[in-house]
Design a protein around this ligand. Structure first.
Ligand SMILES: NC(=O)CC[C@H](N)C(=O)O
Length: 202
Protein backbone atom coordinates (compact mmCIF):
# COMPACT_ATOMS: atom_id res chain seq x y z
CA UNK A 1 0.00 0.00 0.00
CA UNK A 2 1.39 3.35 -0.89
CA UNK A 3 1.52 5.93 1.85
CA UNK A 4 2.60 9.55 1.74
CA UNK A 5 5.25 10.77 4.11
CA UNK A 6 4.71 14.12 5.79
CA UNK A 7 1.13 15.13 5.11
CA UNK A 8 -1.28 12.23 5.62
CA UNK A 9 -3.58 11.23 2.76
CA UNK A 10 -7.08 10.81 4.09
CA UNK A 11 -9.91 9.30 2.09
CA UNK A 12 -13.58 10.13 2.44
CA UNK A 13 -15.88 7.18 1.84
CA UNK A 14 -17.81 8.49 -1.16
CA UNK A 15 -20.68 6.04 -1.54
CA UNK A 16 -23.29 8.49 -0.25
CA UNK A 17 -23.58 11.45 2.11
CA UNK A 18 -21.83 14.76 2.69
CA UNK A 19 -18.51 13.82 1.10
CA UNK A 20 -17.60 17.23 -0.30
CA UNK A 21 -17.88 19.00 3.06
CA UNK A 22 -15.46 16.50 4.63
CA UNK A 23 -12.98 16.88 1.75
CA UNK A 24 -13.00 20.64 2.34
CA UNK A 25 -12.66 20.31 6.15
CA UNK A 26 -9.77 17.83 5.83
CA UNK A 27 -7.92 20.06 3.38
CA UNK A 28 -8.41 22.97 5.80
CA UNK A 29 -6.93 20.77 8.55
CA UNK A 30 -3.78 20.20 6.43
CA UNK A 31 -4.46 16.72 5.08
CA UNK A 32 -4.44 15.57 1.47
CA UNK A 33 -8.06 14.51 1.01
CA UNK A 34 -9.62 12.36 -1.71
CA UNK A 35 -12.83 10.41 -2.27
CA UNK A 36 -12.78 6.62 -1.88
CA UNK A 37 -15.26 4.47 -3.80
CA UNK A 38 -13.29 1.39 -4.78
CA UNK A 39 -11.14 -1.10 -2.86
CA UNK A 40 -8.02 0.07 -4.79
CA UNK A 41 -8.67 3.63 -3.64
CA UNK A 42 -9.09 2.45 -0.04
CA UNK A 43 -5.77 0.63 -0.24
CA UNK A 44 -4.09 3.89 -1.22
CA UNK A 45 -5.05 6.14 1.74
CA UNK A 46 -3.54 6.42 5.22
CA UNK A 47 -6.86 6.99 6.96
CA UNK A 48 -10.56 7.37 6.22
CA UNK A 49 -13.54 9.54 7.08
CA UNK A 50 -17.01 7.99 6.90
CA UNK A 51 -19.42 10.91 6.33
CA UNK A 52 -22.93 11.65 7.48
CA UNK A 53 -25.76 10.58 5.23
CA UNK A 54 -27.95 7.52 5.49
CA UNK A 55 -26.33 4.49 7.06
CA UNK A 56 -28.79 1.97 5.56
CA UNK A 57 -27.95 3.20 2.02
CA UNK A 58 -24.23 3.41 2.79
CA UNK A 59 -24.28 -0.13 4.12
CA UNK A 60 -26.04 -1.42 0.98
CA UNK A 61 -23.62 0.42 -1.33
CA UNK A 62 -20.59 -0.79 0.64
CA UNK A 63 -21.71 -4.36 -0.10
CA UNK A 64 -22.39 -3.60 -3.81
CA UNK A 65 -19.03 -1.80 -4.26
CA UNK A 66 -17.16 -4.69 -2.58
CA UNK A 67 -15.92 -2.39 0.17
CA UNK A 68 -17.38 -3.95 3.31
CA UNK A 69 -14.72 -6.62 3.89
CA UNK A 70 -11.79 -4.41 2.79
CA UNK A 71 -13.03 -1.73 5.20
CA UNK A 72 -13.29 -4.22 8.06
CA UNK A 73 -9.82 -5.52 7.29
CA UNK A 74 -8.15 -2.09 7.16
CA UNK A 75 -9.79 -1.16 10.47
CA UNK A 76 -8.61 -4.43 12.05
CA UNK A 77 -5.10 -3.58 10.81
CA UNK A 78 -5.28 -0.25 12.66
CA UNK A 79 -6.19 2.28 9.94
CA UNK A 80 -7.40 5.50 11.63
CA UNK A 81 -11.05 6.25 10.86
CA UNK A 82 -13.38 9.09 11.79
CA UNK A 83 -17.14 8.65 11.38
CA UNK A 84 -19.74 11.40 11.69
CA UNK A 85 -23.42 10.62 12.32
CA UNK A 86 -24.22 7.86 9.77
CA UNK A 87 -20.44 7.26 9.86
CA UNK A 88 -20.68 6.70 13.62
CA UNK A 89 -23.40 4.11 12.99
CA UNK A 90 -21.13 2.38 10.44
CA UNK A 91 -18.34 2.17 13.05
CA UNK A 92 -20.51 0.62 15.77
CA UNK A 93 -19.96 -3.03 16.57
CA UNK A 94 -23.70 -3.19 17.27
CA UNK A 95 -26.69 -0.97 16.42
CA UNK A 96 -30.22 -0.57 17.68
CA UNK A 97 -33.15 0.55 15.50
CA UNK A 98 -31.25 -0.32 12.33
CA UNK A 99 -32.77 -2.18 9.38
CA UNK A 100 -32.71 -5.95 9.66
CA UNK A 101 -30.26 -6.32 6.76
CA UNK A 102 -28.10 -3.36 7.78
CA UNK A 103 -24.36 -4.11 7.99
CA UNK A 104 -21.77 -2.09 9.84
CA UNK A 105 -18.01 -2.19 9.41
CA UNK A 106 -17.52 -1.97 13.18
CA UNK A 107 -14.35 -0.84 14.91
CA UNK A 108 -15.69 0.62 18.14
CA UNK A 109 -16.97 -1.59 20.93
CA UNK A 110 -20.22 0.34 21.38
CA UNK A 111 -23.93 0.02 20.88
CA UNK A 112 -25.33 2.93 18.86
CA UNK A 113 -29.01 3.80 18.63
CA UNK A 114 -29.96 5.08 15.18
CA UNK A 115 -32.14 8.24 14.96
CA UNK A 116 -32.01 8.42 18.78
CA UNK A 117 -32.30 12.22 18.93
CA UNK A 118 -35.46 12.14 16.79
CA UNK A 119 -36.52 12.79 13.24
CA UNK A 120 -35.39 15.37 10.68
CA UNK A 121 -37.60 18.14 12.12
CA UNK A 122 -36.11 17.53 15.55
CA UNK A 123 -32.60 18.33 14.29
CA UNK A 124 -30.77 20.86 16.46
CA UNK A 125 -27.47 22.57 17.19
CA UNK A 126 -25.74 22.62 20.56
CA UNK A 127 -22.39 23.63 22.00
CA UNK A 128 -20.48 20.45 22.86
CA UNK A 129 -17.34 20.20 24.99
CA UNK A 130 -15.02 17.62 23.47
CA UNK A 131 -12.14 16.04 25.39
CA UNK A 132 -8.94 16.93 23.53
CA UNK A 133 -10.29 20.26 22.22
CA UNK A 134 -9.37 22.83 24.82
CA UNK A 135 -10.18 26.18 23.23
CA UNK A 136 -13.95 26.15 23.73
CA UNK A 137 -16.86 23.90 22.80
CA UNK A 138 -17.57 22.87 19.21
CA UNK A 139 -20.89 23.67 17.54
CA UNK A 140 -22.59 20.29 17.30
CA UNK A 141 -25.02 19.94 14.38
CA UNK A 142 -27.32 16.98 15.09
CA UNK A 143 -29.42 15.76 12.12
CA UNK A 144 -31.46 12.60 12.76
CA UNK A 145 -28.50 11.87 14.96
CA UNK A 146 -27.62 8.65 16.73
CA UNK A 147 -26.34 8.43 20.28
CA UNK A 148 -24.09 5.92 21.94
CA UNK A 149 -26.14 3.73 24.21
CA UNK A 150 -23.23 1.89 25.86
CA UNK A 151 -19.50 1.37 25.43
CA UNK A 152 -16.97 -1.33 26.27
CA UNK A 153 -13.99 -0.81 28.58
CA UNK A 154 -11.55 0.15 25.82
CA UNK A 155 -13.68 3.07 24.62
CA UNK A 156 -12.91 6.62 25.66
CA UNK A 157 -15.99 8.88 25.93
CA UNK A 158 -15.01 12.29 24.49
CA UNK A 159 -18.33 14.17 24.73
CA UNK A 160 -21.75 13.95 26.30
CA UNK A 161 -24.84 15.98 25.37
CA UNK A 162 -27.99 15.93 27.49
CA UNK A 163 -26.78 12.83 29.32
CA UNK A 164 -26.05 10.93 26.09
CA UNK A 165 -22.63 10.01 24.74
CA UNK A 166 -22.05 11.78 21.40
CA UNK A 167 -18.29 11.42 20.77
CA UNK A 168 -16.04 8.43 21.38
CA UNK A 169 -12.63 7.06 20.54
CA UNK A 170 -11.26 3.53 20.62
CA UNK A 171 -7.64 3.35 19.58
CA UNK A 172 -7.41 4.93 16.13
CA UNK A 173 -11.15 5.04 15.55
CA UNK A 174 -13.09 8.22 16.33
CA UNK A 175 -16.83 8.87 16.00
CA UNK A 176 -19.22 11.76 16.63
CA UNK A 177 -23.04 11.89 16.52
CA UNK A 178 -22.77 15.41 15.14
CA UNK A 179 -21.43 16.96 11.91
CA UNK A 180 -18.40 19.25 12.35
CA UNK A 181 -17.97 19.25 8.56
CA UNK A 182 -21.05 21.49 8.28
CA UNK A 183 -19.86 24.28 10.60
CA UNK A 184 -16.65 25.71 9.14
CA UNK A 185 -14.98 24.91 12.49
CA UNK A 186 -12.27 22.42 11.56
CA UNK A 187 -11.01 21.55 15.06
CA UNK A 188 -12.52 18.02 15.11
CA UNK A 189 -10.90 17.31 11.74
CA UNK A 190 -7.61 18.77 13.02
CA UNK A 191 -7.84 16.48 16.06
CA UNK A 192 -8.26 13.52 13.72
CA UNK A 193 -5.52 14.60 11.29
CA UNK A 194 -3.10 15.06 14.24
CA UNK A 195 -3.88 11.56 15.52
CA UNK A 196 -3.35 10.16 12.00
CA UNK A 197 0.02 11.93 11.73
CA UNK A 198 1.03 10.51 15.14
CA UNK A 199 -0.02 7.00 14.12
CA UNK A 200 2.05 7.28 10.94
CA UNK A 201 4.95 8.75 12.88
CA UNK A 202 5.18 11.76 10.55
N1 LIG B 1 -27.20 12.95 9.45
C1 LIG B 1 -27.02 11.67 9.42
O1 LIG B 1 -25.96 11.15 9.07
C2 LIG B 1 -28.23 10.87 9.78
C3 LIG B 1 -27.98 9.41 9.99
C4 LIG B 1 -29.22 8.62 9.67
N2 LIG B 1 -30.24 8.80 10.65
C5 LIG B 1 -28.84 7.14 9.54
O2 LIG B 1 -29.46 6.31 10.10
O3 LIG B 1 -27.92 6.84 8.85
Amino acid sequence: MSRTSGTPTIGVLALQGDVREHLIALAAADAVARPVRRPEELADVDALVIPGGESTTMSKLAVIFGLLEPLRERIREGMPVYGTCAGMIMLANKILDGRDDQETVGGIDMIVRRNAFGRQNESFEAAVDVKGINDGPVEGVFIRAPWVESVGGAVDVLAVHDGHTVAVRQGNVLATSFHPELTGDHRMHALFVDSVAKTLGT
